[in-house]
Design a protein around this ligand. Structure first.
Ligand code: GDP
Ligand code: MG
Length: 416
């Protein structure tokens, strides 16, 4: 749902991608060009249309691109019978879904409370005016108490965050203990990250339950160029990100983007000035959070929407502005093989090792652990000795090496 002025471009496509990132299925959309209405944000005629659409589609929520004041959200919910949220609340939901570290969770809670505080003021005012009797079931006095409570909670979180920052966990320790190289998809909402994720996960590798529970819901184990990788669809960069959400965004991005390679997805069908602006925000943010040592490949996506000449012009304009650009179409599967080759070529940071291990009681659990957490390429048994060849990222391979030693085995080869 969007209300806009006639000269502004529609941002509903972006809102749809955002809604999908938050796990929603989009059932319909309505747009109106006019000045905002104080009661409903949109006009009353549109509200009637919205009521009808909600009924027809069985929608359970309405998402507005425009900011909703509490009174507007309340009025819309009353008319339509379903909850109405705005873009800000939607973005908060996306971050909340992705956050796993304590710091990211606290940052999100902080942003949510600050938002609540701003709205509590209006609720206090409305309750005092008696405009909304029983708004959220609260009278004027209770709303005052509520306001003070939120303020105190904000202070508590700020204090907790200060303590956490003093003893930052190493990024390595944040990651799941896995030997597979990991790739993170990054880029703006609507650039085509999820589409590329789908194109690259066609050859998804089945994994066991224990591993499944340690992976985040947006991570898959995939195989190409005869190698296995973990691929993660990260929280995307968001256009017009509200200022109060910047810290929450950074800490959520930070925990997902640490990987062996970043695949930056760019919508190359947009005007060149927009592409350049977005690229510089992405690259600067990656640097800002300290992930600049990670190799980056840029997937210039949606070339199917451009003529061959336009594609070449854009490529020439961008080739020196972004790392390792590859022209693709995620939707039509154009140049995906070329992209996979480029990925494999840039992921040289792993070890290929072989060892022999006597089959003791402790050896079997160790081998099954290794099977589920690294790329075991060969295993054969001779008598009561196992011969294993595997590939893994260096720190993981080192760990295997020392465990093999402890179990009385022998490293036969160990190559970077
Ligand atoms: P995300 O927000 O970055 O995850 O982007 P999505 O993968 O959800 O894609 C956003 C929109 O762009 C969707 O409507 C896709 O169908 C569309 N899209 C993605 N890749 C391509 C492409 O290669 N060509 C075209 N024409 N559309 C694409
Ligand atoms: Mg997506």
């Amino acid at each position: 749902m969007q209300r806009r002025r006639s000269f502004e471009p529609s941002t509903l496509d972006e809102l749809k991608s955002l809604a999908e990132s938050a796990g929603y299925t989009v059932l319909g959309k309505i747009e109106q060009v006019r000045a905002p209405d104080p009661r409903y944000q949109i006009g009353y005629g549109k509200i009637k249309e919205l009521v009808k659409l909600v009924k027809e589609t069985g929608a359970q929520k309405i998402i507005f691109d425009n900011p909703l004041r509490p009174v507007q959200a309340y009025n819309i919910a009353k008319e339509t019978g379903v909850e109405a949220i705005d873009r800000f609340q939607l973005i908060l939901e996306i971050f909340a879904r992705r956050a796993t570290t304590t710091e990211a969770k606290l940052q999100i809670q902080l942003a949510r409370l600050k938002y609540e505080l701003a709205r509590a003021k209006e609720k206090v005012r409305l309750a005092k005016l008696g405009e909304q009797p029983g708004f959220m079931g609260l009278g004027a006095y209770e709303v005052d108490v509520y306001y003070e409570t939120v303020k105190r909670q904000i202070q508590t979180i700020i204090e907790k965050l200060r303590k956490i920052r003093r003893k930052r966990v190493l990024h390595r320790e944040r990651r799941a203990e896995l030997g597979f190289p990991s790739i993170s998809l990054a880029g703006y909402t609507n650039a085509g990250k999820s589409s590329l994720f789908t194109a690259l996960t066609e050859e998804e590798v089945p994994i066991d339950n224990a591993l499944f529970t340690t992976l985040s819901t947006t991570t898959r184990l995939v195989k190409f160029s005869r190698k296995k990788f973990l691929l993660t669809d990260t929280v995307g960069f968001i256009d017009r990100l509200p200022l109060t959400l910047i810290e929450a965004f950074r800490s959520t991005l930070e925990e997902t983007i640490y990987s062996d390679l970043i695949l930056l997805v760019v919508d190359v069908s947009e005007p060149i000035a927009t592409i350049e602006k977005k690229l510089s925000v992405c690259l600067e943010t990656i640097e800002h959070i300290g992930a600049s040592g990670i190799p980056i490949i840029t997937a210039l996506n949606k070339i199917d929407l451009l003529s061959e000449m336009e594609t070449q012009e854009k490529f020439e304009a961008l080739r020196d502005k972004t790392p390792k650009p590859v022209l693709i179409s995620a939707l039509y599967g154009l140049n995906i093989d070329k992209l996979k080759e480029e990925i494999a070529k840039n992921l040289r940071n792993y070890v290929r090792a072989s060892f022999s291990l006597p089959l003791s009681n402790e050896a079997m659990p160790f081998l099954s652990w290794l099977f589920s957490r690294a790329d075991v390429q060969e295993i054969k048994y001779e008598g009561d000795v196992a011969y294993v060849t595997f590939e893994a990222v260096p720190w993981f391979a080192e760990k295997v090496k020392s465990r093999v030693g402890e179990l009385g085995g022998k490293i036969e080869s160990f190559k970077y």
